[in-house]
Design a protein around this ligand. Structure first.
Ligand SMILES: *[C@@H]1O[C@H](CO)[C@@H](O)[C@H](O)[C@H]1NC(C)=O
Ligand SMILES: *[C@@H]1O[C@H](CO)[C@@H](O)[C@H](O)[C@H]1NC(C)=O
Ligand SMILES: *[C@@H]1O[C@H](CO)[C@@H](O)[C@H](O)[C@H]1NC(C)=O
Ligand SMILES: *[C@@H]1O[C@H](CO)[C@@H](O)[C@H](O)[C@H]1NC(C)=O
Length: 476
């Protein structure tokens, strides 16, 4: 009796001790895991370098970004979430913002009322913390390639003042303009509240009244230089600036056909990457799947663009809003589906077709490459690691990763597919990048790297571009 009681007491105290230790040490254990993942990713990143003399041509466009805090900008505004296909009045802008904000979804919209847009810009530039910076997908990607030691040309029209914000080694082709197009970027943090809404993740709402970029006016001058430059990689980006713009009938298709011709004009040594963006307009996404997507070797996109593209290719429709934090298994299934859809179409049309997919999400980076295609991509594991580290560095605006400002959203392991009996892939803390092969039926390599999610977001605009370019640079 007594001894049982003693044992029970002893057990209780051991349990209490273990619980106390766990409680005390669990933040420490967590930090150890973060530290191990960080070191593992950095090791992967260092293992691979950028080839000497790598040449990259990046299209299209540039603008002057005005950053402001979204909640502050719309402070004290009552809103009813509503998606307006055209933005003409102040009320439509506010309600459309609410529509995206409550889902934490990125959006980029054209405001056709110029005086309304000027007023928005005036108001935003007066807010504390508001600031201008060089913007557009193409300049961000181009600058990242320069930073990584590549020789780079960029297709864009801009003022000499704006050009001063670019690295001096970057050659801009497209000619000068008298004033730059402004993009107003309203940013918000995860958990930020505005009125009765709370944002589930950090993101931004972008509006513009741009006249050069929707017409891709740098395309022709760029084409004159492209073949002589003989790039290892041609990047097609910035095409969401063609979203919701009042084109004349057939004008957009005409411009897209010209971009397609430019993609077809490069030699077999040039790989072609198309960077997606949030295309709100159904027609544009449909046209892109016809004129651009089938002619790219590589596609980069985020977790919201992926299901939209799959849905467009499969059903010819899209959902504007999708899961902002999908499980790895769902994203990978969608990537497999996208790969099959695109390969089937390109085989039928006799084109070279997609051989690389990079999906960047908040929690992880996933890269799929073909093994035996004519177009070869190397170092997928290193590319996934570098993309992951770039995600943290960019959003935290710091070249060093500080684990006290980082969080892992990925568990110790994940299912490789939602199909029953799919295998589980471990996320080893010291070797955090998981790579394996699959038959789709073509043999592909899939690599997944966890992201050390930045918990104190400084900048989200341009993150996808930096991340995509950082991944590409190790693979060409
Ligand atoms: C354009 O915006 C201005 C300024 O906000 C507003 O007064 C005007 O009514 C708007 N025009 C249209 C067609 O809605
Ligand atoms: C700009 O700010 C003024 C003064 O606060 C306000 O009356 C006006 O509605 C704002 N304009 C827009 C387009 O938000
Ligand atoms: C798209 O079309 C498919 C098939 O017609 C349908 O099942 C699906 O619900 C549609 N999706 C959206 C977002 O409209
Ligand atoms: C992202 O790209 C921009 C433009 O090159 C650069 O200024 C910024 O430092 C980059 N951020 C990171 C973290 O690479």
């Amino acid at each position: 009796m007594a001894s049982t009681a003693l044992k029970a007491a002893g057990l209780a105290s051991v349990v209490a001790l273990v619980v106390a230790m766990l409680m005390r040490s669990s933040p420490q254990l967590l930090d150890q895991r973060l530290q191990a993942v960080l070191e593992g990713l950095e090791r992967f990143e260092r293992r691979h370098g950028v080839g000497a003399g790598t040449r990259v041509a990046v299209g299209y466009g540039a603008c002057n970004d005005l950053f402001a805090d979204a909640a502050e900008f719309f402070d004290h505004e009552a809103a009813e979430p509503h998606y307006s296909p055209r933005l003409l009045e102040r009320r439509q802008v506010i309600d459309t913002f609410a529509y995206f904000f409550r889902h934490g979804a990125a959006a980029e919209r054209y405001i056709e009322n110029a005086s309304l847009f000027d007023e928005l810009v005036d108001n935003a530039s007066g807010l504390p913390g508001a600031h201008f910076a060089l913007g557009g997908n193409a300049p961000v990607m181009a600058s990242r390639f320069v930073l990584e030691g590549c020789q780079v040309i960029l297709a864009a029209k801009m003022t000499p003042e704006l050009q001063q914000h670019l690295p001096p080694d970057l050659e801009v082709i497209g000619g000068e303009v008298t004033h730059d197009d402004i993009h107003l970027i309203l940013e918000y943090k995860a958990g930020q509240t505005w009125g009765k809404f709370t944002a589930p993740r950090a993101n931004r709402f972008i509006v513009h009244n741009d006249e050069n970029n929707p017409l891709v006016k740098s395309l022709e001058p760029f084409g004159k230089e492209l073949s002589a430059f003989e790039p290892n990689l041609l990047v097609v980006s910035g095409l969401q600036m063609m979203d919701n713009y009042p084109y004349a009938t057939g004008q957009r298709e005409e411009r897209l056909q010209k971009i397609k011709d430019q993609m077809l004009s490069v030699g077999p040594k040039t790989k072609i990457h198309f960077e997606m963006a949030s295309f709100a307009e159904l027609d544009l996404l449909e046209q892109l799947t016809k004129y651009i997507v089938p002619f790219a070797d590589s596609l980069g996109m985020n977790e919201q663009e992926l299901p939209n593209l799959v849905s467009m290719l499969q059903y010819g429709n899209v959902s504007v809003i999708s899961d902002s934090n999908p499980r790895v298994a769902s994203a990978l299934d969608q990537m497999r589906q996208l790969f099959r859809l695109l390969r089937d179409k390109s085989d039928a049309a006799g084109q070279r077709g997609v051989s690389r997919l990079h999906v960047h999400t908040l929690a992880y980076q996933a890269i799929l490459t073909t093994k035996d295609s004519a177009v070869k991509w190397k170092n997928s594991g290193g590319a996934a690691a570098k993309a992951s580290l770039t995600a943290h560095r960019h959003v935290c605006a710091s070249p060093a990763v500080d684990t006290s400002r980082a969080r892992l959203l990925l568990d110790d392991s994940f299912a490789a597919s939602r199909l029953q009996n799919s295998r589980r892939v471990g996320v080893d803390s010291s070797e955090p990048v998981a790579c394996w092969e699959e038959k789709l039926p073509e043999v592909v390599t899939i690599c997944v790297a966890p992201v050390l999610v930045c918990t104190q977001a400084h900048q989200t605009a341009g993150a996808g571009d930096n991340i995509s370019a950082a991944g590409l640079v190790l693979q060409i």
